[in-house]
Design a protein around this ligand. Structure first.
Ligand code: NDP
Length: 358
């Protein structure tokens, strides 16, 4: 079965490719340049010599008709996983140009191209975000439980005042556009839609070369940043704070809808430490202090080299992270989400090993 993955060079997307190729799917990935295609192709060839992985260049997802040529070249695509969307701060352009336009136009473009040219497509999975769920004004309010049915209510006019809220709103508008598109084209649409709505995605890179960039993608860099601290680092220790999930679980959630029809029409909210058997709703709540605590507890060799933070903030996130319930997701998928500690330990081990080698 042929699967299209947009933004194949991304932190999350490379893990999605890893799951797909390990399970024998044929994959077409879109990337922005031939260099990226060559590097990713070569690395996966070493892991899966018989896998079928091809690339198509889409240099800007927000350009009109950006994905049309992909479907014209590959008319038998059966599944579309749309992960491409900007998630780096400080791009130096307007909030619309940096976030809203690429997120919404990219999503609109992939849906239109799928409808028009992807005649064989059965499933579309879109990487949305917990940002599309999050109610900022309910942070710390234990009477407001965020679930798979909750929507971020912040209008663009308010969201565009900061990069963080602008990014969050761009994800909300992009996801909303998907569900509205399905509704407004319901007589023509021949595919199902599932969205994956992860909070901060942590965990290791698929390939060590993912660490070569001085700084990693926005969420993985949080863990890397702990290693870059010195004992006299003065904080902040309570920022950022929120919910986390492991990248390997997020990748798996992108692939499950291709074989589980019950996931059609659903929003999936993965959070570290939750599951069908274990229901730990606190494990995934974190702040920078919790990352430091976890690194210090598990890597004694870093003692005296990195910050210990300030114990005052050790549990402060329990009051300020949002209250949530993702029982629908765990029951529908049966996944036991990896614990926060596992994501941190695996990321740090990978970085330390990489530094020893280079
Ligand atoms: P990355 O920055 O690693 O990946 C983003 C991907 O999108 C890259 O492949 C990037 O290409 C591509 N991309 C961005 N803008 C454009 C554009 N204008 N035209 C073409 N391609 C573009 O981040 P993640 O893997 O973390 O993010 C992947 C998805 O997951 C995004 O949709 C993000 O919003 C979502 N997400 C991420 C979370 C996290 O904590 N990481 C949490 C919740 C959702 P290139 O490599 O060339 O820059």
């Amino acid at each position: 079965e042929q699967v299209l993955v947009t933004g194949a060079s991304g932190f999350i997307a490379l893990h999605v490719l890893d799951v797909l190729l390990s399970e024998g799917y044929d994959v077409i990935g879109t990337v922005r340049s031939k260099d990226k295609a060559d590097r990713i192709g070569k690395s996966f060839k070493e892991l899966y010599p018989y896998a079928k992985l091809e690339f198509s260049i889409v240099s800007d997802i927000s350009a009109p008709g950006a994905f049309d040529h992909v479907f014209q070249d590959y008319p038998n695509i059966q599944h579309v996983l749309h992960t491409a969307s900007p998630f780096s701060f400080g791009l130096g352009k307007s909030m619309e140009e940096s976030y809203l336009n690429p997120a919404t136009q990219g999503t609109k473009g992939i849906l239109e191209a799928t409808l028009k040219f992807g005649k064989e497509v059965k499933h579309v999975v879109v990487t949305s975000s917990h940002a599309a769920i999050m109610n900022f004004d309910k942070i710390g309010d234990s009477s407001f439980i965020h679930t798979e049915d909750t929507w971020n209510p912040m209008p663009w006019e308010e969201a565009k005042n900061s990069e963080l809220t602008a990014y969050c709103a761009s994800k909300k508008y992009a996801e909303k556009l998907c569900w509205d598109f399905l509704e407004s084209h319901k007589d023509q649409v021949h595919f199902s839609l599932t969205t994956v709505n992860p909070p901060y995605v942590l965990g290791p890179q698929v390939f060590d070369w993912g660490l070569e960039r001085g700084s990693l993608n926005t969420s993985a860099e949080l863990v890397n940043k702990a290693l870059k601290t010195t004992p006299d680092f003065e904080g902040p220790f309570d920022q950022p704070q929120g919910l986390s999930v492991d990248v390997r679980d997020v990748a798996l959630l992108h692939v499950l809808p291709l074989r589980n029809e019950k996931l059609a029409g659903k929003r999936l909210l993965p959070v570290s430490g939750t599951g069908v058997k274990e229901h730990d709703y606190e494990d995934g709540k974190f702040n920078f202090q919790k990352i430091l605590d976890t690194v210090n507890a598990n890597f004694p060799e870093l003692n005296g080299k990195i910050s210990k933070g300030n114990s005052k903030y050790s549990k402060s996130y329990l009051k300020t992270a949002d209250f949530f319930n993702n029982d629908k997701t765990t029951q529908l998928t049966g996944i036991e989400f990896k614990k926060f500690e596992t994501s941190i330990i695996d990321s740090i081990k990978q970085i330390l090993d990489f530094e020893k080698k280079s």
